[in-house]
Design a protein. Structure first.
Length: 229
């Protein structure tokens, strides 16, 4: 057989063995998303006093948003408001109500001018797994046998990270490192200096081992007495 004819016969076989290599999937990473919640505070005409109903609505709004330490809490008033004007006095009343709830706030000017309306803005951060997690599309398909990374790679880690994070804002901007909490770290040293260390918990194995040694001691004494006789 001529070499050319042999090559023509082998080429289809090589083409059948060829396959497209799927690019590796990147590991799924948790997503930190800022969220802004707004609450308009209503006042009586020409009044800067918060009614009891408005104070309750404000408290319910803050409780529903549940701001965490580090989340900015803003009292917004129209731009160009006079220092002693109605809008400024209303913003001051809202700030005092928030301070009574234990929430510090600061006043900022809205982009638009005019009017005496005041509203509260809270920026929180939500951390969640990326879109498409979990991804089981490749399970039981030919794509799951190409020695590539599963599309589900990293989903469990991202979901667990989002669930365990104490302060979601840390995933967005982090915090500066500071001194360690010395009060908790020195508890053991203080107990040791006072001569009152924390006792170890006893368990069944400890009592069992002590009982075994006692029985072993009596056995040896018994064998010794029999030997003397």
């Amino acid at each position: 057989m001529k070499p050319l004819a042999l090559g023509l016969l082998v080429l289809p076989l090589l083409a059948a063995c060829a396959s497209d290599i799927r690019p590796p999937s990147e590991a799924r990473r948790p997503v930190a998303q800022p969220l802004v919640s707004l609450h308009a505070v209503a006042f009586a005409p020409d009044s800067a006093a918060l009614s009891p109903a408005e104070e309750q609505d404000l408290a319910r709004f803050v409780a529903a948003v549940d701001p965490q330490p580090g989340d900015p809490l803003l009292v917004e008033l129209p731009a160009g408001s006079r220092a002693g004007g109605l809008a400024a006095r209303r913003a001051s009343a809202v700030g005092a109500s928030l301070a009574a709830l234990g929430l510090p706030s600061r006043s900022v000017a809205l982009p638009e001018a005019g009017g005496d309306r005041v509203r509260v803005a809270v920026e929180t951060v939500a951390v969640h797994a990326p879109e498409g997690c979990p991804d089981w599309q490749q399970l039981g398909t030919l794509e799951s046998f190409d020695n590539g990374v599963s599309g589900n790679f990293g989903c469990a880690t991202a979901r667990n990270f989002a669930a365990m994070l104490d302060r979601p804002r840390d995933a967005l901007e982090g915090r500066a490192t500071g001194p360690a909490p010395a009060a908790r770290m020195t508890v053991g040293v203080a107990l040791y200096d006072a001569g009152a260390p924390i006792p170890l918990l006893s368990d069944g194995s400890a009592s069992g081992s002590s009982g075994g040694s006692a029985s072993g001691g009596s056995g040896s004494s018994g064998s010794g007495s029999s030997g003397s006789n």
